[in-house]
Design a protein around this ligand. Structure first.
Ligand code: ARG
Length: 473
């Protein structure tokens, strides 16, 4: 007993070190500190603290004079951080304690009352949700910008014919506009998903305190209102330990990256001179330090590569949560770096892709030439025969024989004279050539969701309206 009394108070104490007999090991201090990265949450931490303090004052838990001092101090700190004048220190472990320490330095005792009825456990969960909500809004904007760039190109190329592929073999002609609209749809689903994710992000953990709630008469609804949360998290244990929202976001982000990566892969192919379907603007390409002739599609390649990094963050977050008992565990500090990097990687990839798509130059003559190879209108001939009363399976066989003939002759189906075509089926008439041209082929797919140029233009117009509507869940 006596010996415990005689132990000296730890010098340079942490706010939590009152019951400790020796200062924390230097290596441990560095190992546990998160301020190096979680300072990114600083402005959101301040917003959360202001709302908490106002609620405490409204409930009479702290005096109005204390609130005034806290508001003054936090606003000074906000400015110091924004200007870079703030001194961050690992001694204060994380963003929360750095700010709190400075607050006490600036305003004295009122600063020490801020943490009443609150824990860093509900504080950090609140900060993270506030921050992620803002980032989701920014990402939704970037997605929309990329979609607008796609729509402009799709409109321009509503009638530009290119080969559509299955198994990366020429299948049927499509329009370039139609092809680009496929990506519009992927990104539209991404916007829906992110808006839906945002809805679950937007719940307030504060009030849960460390895990069990607090003995003070907090008004959680007021704090939620002030911070723009749709609701409060229902259960205090869940509120401090839940990171589903981070995982969901990483999953949404991973899907966006999947879509970007697929698009990137196509751009790389299309840039290859064997395809030569597009030119990428020079400002979005790089050269080789040894091969003077090279112009490389590094941007799409990097985006394709970075997708793996985002998938990795999703895995990291899943593994982080698996096996965590209720409630808060320090493991959760490891949620931030994957989440931050996910936001950065995704945001940058979207921004660079929007510029790339806007600057993309299609090469319709090469697309057309490629569509003329590979008998891309063979299905149109079969459909033509069906309209003449031939059963589809029979038509399929007839066309296959015609394709072999054309292949042997070294021409396209439309290059076969009528007399030759009629050898395969007497039902074929002169009107067949309309079905066999690329333009006839795409124009015939004339229904919602089809590749006919007029349908593509209508789809672009509809897409512009969908884009103008806010993506809400
Ligand atoms: N830096 C911590 C984190 O990011 C804040 C919460 C710490 N809470 C605690 N009881 N050690 O999760």
């Amino acid at each position: 007993m006596a010996s415990r009394q005689s132990k000296k108070r730890v010098k340079d104490a942490q706010p939590w070190s009152g019951r400790f007999n020796e200062p924390v090991d230097a290596l441990v201090k560095r190992f546990t500190a998160s301020v190096g990265f979680d300072r990114r949450l600083a402005q959101h931490d301040i917003r959360g603290s202001l709302a908490h303090a106002r609620m405490l004052a409204a409930r009479g838990v702290i005096a109005n004079a204390d609130l005034a001092a806290i508001e003054r101090g936090l606003s000074t700190i906000g400015r110091e951080i924004a200007s870079g004048a703030f001194t961050w220190s690992e001694d204060a472990e994380d963003v929360h304690l750095n700010i709190e320490r400075r607050l006490v330095e600036l305003v004295g005792d009122p600063g020490k009352r801020l943490h009443t009825g609150r824990s860093r456990n509900d504080q950090v969960a609140t900060d993270l949700r506030l921050w992620l909500r803002d980032e989701i809004d920014a990402i939704l904007e970037r997605l929309a910008a990329l979609q607008r760039a796609l729509l402009d190109q799709a409109e321009r190329h509503a009638a530009t014919v290119m080969p559509g592929f299955t198994h990366l073999q020429v299948a049927q002609p499509v329009t370039f506009g139609h092809h680009l609209l496929a990506y519009f749809e992927m990104f539209e689903r991404d916007r829906e998903r992110l808006a839906d994710c945002r809805w679950r992000v937007n719940r307030l953990p504060l009030g849960a305190a460390a895990l069990a709630g607090t003995t003070f008469p907090v008004d959680r609804a007021q704090v939620a209102r002030e911070l723009g949360f749709d609701d409060v998290a229902e259960n205090s244990l869940d509120a401090v330990s839940d990171r589903d929202f981070a995982i969901e976001f990483a999953a949404c982000a991973s899907l966006v990256m999947v879509h970007l990566s697929r698009f990137a892969e196509e751009l790389v192919l299309w840039m290859n001179p064997r395809f030569a379907f597009v030119r990428l603007p020079d400002r979005f390409c790089t050269g080789s330090s040894i091969m003077p002739q090279k112009k490389n599609p590094d941007i799409p390649e990097l985006v394709r590569g970075k997708s793996g990094r985002v998938f990795g963050h999703l895995m990291a977050l899943l593994a982080l949560m698996k096996g965590q008992p209720l409630a808060y565990n320090r493991d959760n500090q490891e949620d931030k770096e994957p989440l931050f990097d996910t936001v950065d990687t995704l945001g940058n990839s979207l921004a660079v892709f929007a510029g790339l798509v806007a600057g993309l130059e299609a090469r319709p003559e090469n697309m057309r030439e490629a569509a003329l190879q590979g008998f891309s209108t063979a299905t149109d001939l079969a459909d033509y025969l069906v309209r003449k009363g031939v059963a589809f399976r029979d038509a399929h066989g007839i066309v296959a024989r015609a394709v072999r003939e054309a292949e042997a002759t070294g021409c396209d189906l439309s290059g076969l004279p009528l007399a030759v075509l009629r050898r395969f089926c007497g039902a074929i008439g002169n009107d067949v050539y309309r079905a066999l041209t690329l333009e006839g082929s795409v124009a015939a797919r004339d229904h919602p969701g089809g590749t006919a140029p007029r349908r593509v233009r209508a789809a672009v117009a509809r897409a512009r309206k969908r884009l103008a509507r806010k993506a809400t869940a």
